[in-house]
Design a protein around this ligand. Sequence first.
Ligand code: ADP
Ligand code: ZN
Ligand code: ZN
Length: 736
Amino acid sequence: MSSPILRVAVPSPLDRIFDYLPPPGCDLSILRPGLRVRVPFGRRHVVGFLLELGTDTTFDRAALRPALAVLDTEAVLPADVLALLRWACGYYHHPPGEVFATALPVLLRQGEPAKSAVPAPLWRITAAGRAMLATESRRAPSQKRLLDYLAHCPDGAEPENLRTVVRDSAAILRALQAKGWAESFDRPTPILSKPIFTPQPSLEPSAAQAAAVATITAELDRFQVFLLEGVTGSGKTEVYLRLIEAVLARGRQALILTPEIGLTPQLLSRFRERLPGPLAVLHSGLSDRERLNAWLLARDGIAQIVVGTRSAVFTPLQAPGILIVDEEHDASFKQQEGFRYHARDLMVIRGRQLGIPVVLGSATPALESSHNAQRARYHLLRLPDRVGGGTKAPIEILDVRRQRMNEGLSRPLLERMRTHLDRNEQVLLFLNRRGFAPILLCHECGWLSQCRHCDARMTLHLRQRRLICHHCGDSRSLDAACPLCGSVDLRALGQGTERLETTLRQEFPETDITRIDRDSTRRRGSLETLLADIHQGGRRILIGTQMLAKGHHFPEVTLVGIVDADQGLHGLDFRSGERMAQLILQVAGRAGRAEKPGVVVIQTHHPDHPLLHILVSEGYPAFAVAALAERQAAWLPPFAYQALLRAEADDPERAIAFLHLARALADSGTERIEILGPAPAPMERRAGRYRAHLLLQAGQRQDLHRFLEDWITQLRAKHTDRQVRWSLDVDPMELF
Ligand code: ADP
Ligand code: ZN
Ligand code: ZN
């Protein structure tokens, strides 16, 4: 009998699976999909992923190389994650090696054992150790340093933390143990057992909450997508909590995706307070070790609840019971480089494969999701009102045409601010642009702060005294004079949050002002400090970018000002109106509380914009209906399916030439596919590279995918210009 062929996903940009023979002398009975194997690849040895066992190969069997070692005895990934990843390779037309690399924690990709995450014992100092510390011995300084550290850890020290205290802490601990100065001991409350649990007093659910919970819990054993649409404060999180309780009671796990863990500490602490089971958190701020541990806790069923950002969609679960996506409209669920997947969409696919419910929650669902609800593919559940009797903040449009503006702020808005501040309340101003001003202009010669590498202007950051490009990160120090003509008449055009802050300090000198954006929160812990100030209450102005729009709640804010809605109304992208509407409502949702409802004021030069009107007078559901009608009339997603072929090169001609080649390959037999381009990207030059694209659009998803399959294969074969880098983006969320 000939040995099986191992079909292996190898970390490489090549879009294929590689065939190997089993390692010599390997016990063939242990081989199964999902194991990691170390294989020779070119001149390197890499960790690959065994996808299939085959009986034959299209290559010469004698030329196949044997794998070097099998790294696991049991599959690292369960069958459902394997199936999800294979589905994603096909759907996004992305090389399997890179897709599998996205799903595995770094340490597993490097070949670390995937052993269950039983925590190592802790270390503490003994009485003899304390006695030794008291003597002024000068010998063995590292031993002393470690003992000294242990003496300050009355509850015992994590071995992992000791590694930062001295070099080679493991050897030193052994030496200390041999001398009887330190000892290891098991954790008093292992994290595997249930932590002490103090359930919050259960809230009496509102009728809408009760209905949503009842509908979903009645369907826990089959696949169905539920769209939970409810304004901020309508009690969506409370619904998640009850659903998770129901799932845990059946001995199953819950996986929850959220946009950014760092910005949603409130969500996590509510989970921790209310839910008894061990919880694993997966986000980009973890060390590789922490990430692997959390991942293993999920895989082995020790963590009953798994909360994570985008890539957590691939977390293996032992007994998955429900999949939840919070803020499902959020753009961060789409990966914008490399393997460009949409985590919300993959959650739906995963739920279908597992036969379990998927809950998508949002105050402002993506139009794609609203559309799926309209045509009954998703089950829509609405929480129409704020719980606890509070009312939604009314939204007003402020027509700023012909108004005298003080650095972007109209008189009426300033007056309203004064009224609220005089009542000792807080005011929040939203402006989605950090820095002082987006352009610096020479009034003498017309010079502009153009970036050397991008088709964009550098933003003026006055406090740092620098010009910074927000697209490529390039920066230079600010000169007092124009680099072209030497004039000192330099003028800052447009508004950023820094400028708003400066203006308001002059306008309201006696008022505390807190600015929250990436610049003001760069240092660790500074966001927490700023938030703590705000929560003390009292007269204060908050200024912020979309960082302010997420997760946090500001009960003392009674007036929200959207400084500039026009940016969003007239963006280049067909999605900019949708994004603006979502942002406005998200910011509005930060404000007020039941007894002190807020009011929202939107400054615009286009008070008659139809979609803005519907949003303000009828709310988001009506906005979604109208915006979807526009999309349908214009044959845009979700009524058409798109893929974007991007190319970039140092030389613009070469990128375009590649796209012409791509188009020529596509032009045969594609009456069901519309091809637009090649065209330069809206920002053609970025970070020194020229970018162009080809947009493909089809009325049927299947037509598009059948076409892409063939076309991408041909492109990979025919594309020879190594100077051109290209990528395919299926369901692109941004067209540049
Ligand atoms: P959302 O997730 O939709 O923003 P939350 O679930 O966070 O809403 O609920 C908003 C606030 O109302 C929270 O402080 C929550 O504790 C409270 N809340 C939720 N449900 C109820 C309820 N049924 N009765 C009273 N208060 C509730
Ligand atoms: Zn000049
Ligand atoms: Zn730049």
